[in-house]
Design a protein around this ligand. Structure first.
Ligand SMILES: [Zn+2]
Length: 449
């Protein structure tokens, strides 16, 4: 094959099997050939023999701008590169203001084009009142998903969309094919319990979980899928932490409803007992659950009931994650650099193959956000996005991460793999030690409608 720019040799993770001693041949940022044995000649070669070559990861749930001060597209996308994540899908709840119309959306695309180190797709959302009319314009501008919430943490920045308005929003989104992702917690139940538990004097890390019980999540999930059924819209739950939630989604899928469910990697890794150790660093909504629920979630992973796994990455500054009163801390944690190590290790410990990892963080999210097969798979014609996974024993060290947060709930945990390299469209953006990409190397991605 003439004029190849790059060949990468290693154990290729394809959708259904691993090709030992395979190669990926690349020109102009696109995969031209996949094969076994001696690779063809190319201008550059990258030797990943003995390592896995995973398709570049698509993290479908990243908050680059939801914090105050925000981590920002530039730094978050550097952390993505370091984590083997070649595409991030960014949430619309930016602290400067949510992305609720086409003009704001296009302004954010401009930031992506100037600052991104990896490729970026964007969520949009709507105002609490009278926002549905903006949906067609947001799709036209390139939104690859919408995000709504059944729970309000701020009336402008993160509002609750009432069921009657959510139904209208779902009806407006349905004909576009773009998915509606929803935060799943019941407002009245959580607000009541947060007050009650604080009145009882509880401020310890476990009190956070008690204030947001599984039933509050399950109720919201049933509401979301029922609205999806009524609107014939793709209805998605953006972070399910409970096995009952997965079962609710399965029941709707079996009825032919366009229901999907996402699990964040922390719900598969950390449990309530860990909360004693990590304290407010593990404060996340919905909360971290007991070990038996974590293991039941893995049963659903093995059964293929989970559409994809994400991070909900949110790099809060340390000073809003250090209050001894759990209720006085921000919710959320950075995850971009832990996603592959934690998921890979969890799968390996339970006898699940590395192809499951690719399905959950490459193919699954790429299909969900209508980016497949450009993203999410090692195949001829796809973008040459790859994560190079080096097996071994590695202790996760938050002090060495690239994200602006200098803490992590995974700090000190031992994982069975590290990210030795990351390619975005044939360019090495992470060499295992440092980010090589420049701001603006990343591209804005529109969904394939
Ligand atoms: Zn989130």
């Amino acid at each position: 094959m003439a004029d190849l720019d790059l060949v990468v040799s290693g154990n290729l993770v394809l959708p259904d099997r691993v090709v030992e001693d395979g190669y990926v041949a690349v020109s102009d940022g696109v995969i031209r050939e996949i094969g076994e044995g001696a690779p063809p000649a190319a201008k550059e070669s990258y030797d990943a023999r003995g390592k896995y070559v995973l398709p570049g990861v698509v993290d479908g749930h990243v908050h680059t701008g939801s914090q105050n001060p925000p981590e920002g597209i530039a730094r978050s996308s550097m952390a993505a590169a370091a984590g083997g994540v070649s595409t991030i899908i960014d949430m619309p709840y930016d602290d400067v203001g949510p992305i609720v119309d086409a003009e704001l959306f296009r302004a954010k695309v401009g930031v992506v084009e100037r600052e991104a180190h990896v490729d970026v797709g964007l969520f949009a959302t709507i105002r609490k009142e009278d926002g549905v009319k903006e949906i067609p314009g947001l799709v036209e501008a390139g939104a690859c998903a919408f995000k709504f919430s059944t729970y309000e943490s701020h009336p402008a920045r993160f509002p609750r969309i009432k069921p009657i308005d959510m139904l209208d929003a779902f009806k407006a989104a349905a004909p576009t094919g773009v998915v509606c992702g929803v935060h799943n917690e019941n407002q009245e139940m959580v607000d009541f319990l947060v007050s009650k538990i604080q009145e009882e004097g509880r401020t310890d890390p476990a009190a956070h979980g008690l204030s947001r019980p599984p039933i509050a999540e399950a109720l919201a999930m049933a509401e979301i899928y029922e609205l999806g059924a009524a609107a014939n819209c793709r209805a998605h739950v953006v972070h399910c932490s409970i096995p009952r939630g997965i079962e609710i989604c399965e029941s709707y899928k079996k009825q032919g409803v366009k229901a999907t469910v996402e699990v964040c990697v922390h719900y598969l890794t950390i449990d309530e007992d860990d909360m004693i150790r990590v304290g407010p660093f593990g404060k996340i909504n919905p909360p971290i659950r007991p070990r038996e629920m974590v293991e039941a979630m893995w049963g659903h992973v093995a059964a293929g009931h989970i559409d994809f796994v994400s991070t909900d990455h949110s790099a809060w500054p340390r000073d809003v994650k250090s209050n001894p009163n759990i209720f006085k801390n921000a919710s959320g944690a950075p995850g971009l650099e832990a996603l592959i190590p934690a998921l890979y290790t969890g799968c390996e410990q339970r006898g699940l193959p590395v192809t499951t990892v690719a399905k959950l963080i490459c193919e699954g999210p790429a299909k969900h956000f209508l980016l497949y097969p450009r993203k999410g798979v090692l195949a001829e014609g796809s973008d040459a996005d790859m994560a190079i996974l080096e097996p071994g024993r590695f202790v996760f060290d938050a002090a060495k991460t690239v994200t602006s947060a200098d803490w992590s709930p995974y700090d000190g945990m031992e994982f069975n793999v590290r990210i030795a390299g990351t390619f975005v469209r044939g360019k090495l953006v992470w060499d295992g030690n440092k980010v090589l990409a420049q701001p603006g190397d990343g591209q804005f991605l529109k969904p394939i409608l």
